[in-house]
Each structure stands twice: as C-alpha cells, then as structure tokens.
Ligand binder design. Sequence first.
Ligand SMILES: [Zn+2]
Length: 343
Amino acid sequence: MKAMILNRPGEAFTLGDRPDPHPRPGEAVMRVRAAGVGLTLINMRSERFGGITPRVMGHELGGDIVAVGDGVTGISVGDRCAVYFYLTCGRCRWCRGGRETLCENFGGYVGVHRDGGFAEYVCLPAENFLPIPDGLSYEVAAVAADAVNTNWHCMRERARLNPHDTVLLIGAGGGVGIHGVQVAKLFGARVIAADVSDEKLALARQWGADETINVRSVANVAQEAKRLTGGKGVDAAVDYVGHGETFKTAIESLTTSGRAVIVGVGRGEVTFNPFGLVLTEQIITGSRHSTRTELIETMEVMARGLVKPVVGMRVPFTEVETIFEALLNETLLGRGALTYPAT
Ligand SMILES: [Zn+2]
C-alpha cells in the first residue's frame, strides 16, 4: 500500500510503499477514506509524544473495515468506522470506569506508538474502531474523532458549562478551538473568543462566538474578559494554546467558583496564589481528549447537524505536507482534511 512515512523525527513525510496489513487476533484493518489534520500532529512529529520512527502518522480517521482478525466481535467487514485515538487496556479501573484516557496500562497513541492512517490501510485493535452513524460522512467522522470530541469531554465534564455561564476560549480560532465555540454554544454558554488575528476571530464569530478579544490588540486579556463580564470574570476559561502565559490568563479571568481548563500541549509554567483558591473555590484542571462513549456521542450530535465540521483545507493524503506547512504558518483556518483514492 501507499503510505506517507515519517523517517526521522521532525522531518517531512515521504511517499513510500508498505506491505498491506493483515489483522492479528483481536485486530481489524480499515481502508482509510478520510483523515483530519491538526496541530497535535506537529507535536507528534517532533516526538514530543514519544514513539519511534519510521512511522505512519494519522489518527483522525474514517473508513471501511476490510478485514477482521480471529476473535473479533462487534465489527464486521463493510462497517463504516471512525478511529479512537488512544490505545488503552480496557481492564484497569479507569477503563472500566469510563475514563480510559487515564488508563494505567496506557499503550500510547494511534499514529505515534503504532502506525496510523496517512496510508491506504490502517490496522488497529478492533476496540479502536467505532461505527459511524448513518448520514455522517467519513470526513466529518474523522474531524469528530479529535477536533470535536475533545471539546465534548472538556465542556461537559471539565469546564462543566451551564446555560448561565460565560466561557473564555483562548485559541478559539484554531482547529480544536473553532469546534469548541460550537460545543460551548450547544451547552448554552455565552462565548468570549480570544485569538491572535482578526481573521480567526471573524471565523469564531461566524460559528457562534458572542464576543471576541484580539490578544495582540489589548494590553491584558484577563482584564478585557472581566470588562466583558461586568467586572466579575468568566465562569470557565479553556486554554487551547497551553503556554504558561495563556493558562495564567485563563486563571486570572475567572470569577468565583470558576474553572480554568487546559487542553493545549504547549510549554511553560504558571504560578498562582493558593489562598485565592480557598477564598473562591476556583478549579484549575486539565482535560484529556475523550472517552469512546464521548466519541460516539459526538458523532451522534454531528449526525444531527448540531456541530458542523470546519475544514479550511482539503488535499490528497499524499500531499499532507502542504497542510503541515499551513499549520506552521498559522494560515490554516479550522481543520485540515485529507482525501483518499476512491478504489
Ligand atoms: Zn486501562
């Protein structure tokens, strides 16, 4: 099969040939029909998530099951499926409790610790394939499987949004953030979108943001968020960027009992006043991807048209490098998507 191969960390992909995969017991093979591309892959390509090269990356995937190994139940040849990103054990207390992103026997990530879907076929544990509901395209299912389900988990379980809340989204114009705007609106919150360019903020407004902050044109983002909330601060702040400075802004923007949630995987450190947490019962926390259940729910919600995919660029999978360039140049609006040969 054709595959885009990462030969060394940080390098560009090269088009190469790999043997067609055959499923071992408990595994299945999917013919890839669509893939999503976002900023997480930049971090993965530089090996920040571990893994070894040569590697076929790509974890936001939709396609058709073409082979199943011995002992596989629940999915069959011909099923349309999306891919779940995490390789988890299914047996530990976190997996059994429905919080498998915290798996004690974590096996790593699809596209990092085993080959992903920037190739014609992908072979994974059968549990990593989830059926795509009727009416949902392969591409939308692919985008659901990271750019949207991450927000589904974040807004409901970590930011705990209610219709009376105001939420600040830092990096709202990015590939995950722009879907966060939609999910936050779906939970009824008033959304303040913050990002680095008017173009990204216009996109955020187009998808439902009530207020916007251009972080390059205000002196202090937290103060601006307070001004937009009558001096009180926001009930929740989600940081998609994940630098020390941006998360500090998230914390400083909060009102009493507010929740600061980090999603992005940037770098840096942040300091805060612990006594302030005693007085306010504010919560500082992280949000880690999504469970399988949440991916199923996300696809159902998207099949109903309640959250729409925002795809800013679409190229054949053999040209994935052009999307990586757009990500690095910060010119990609929304998610990138890859197309695959029809036969
Ligand atoms: Zn586990």
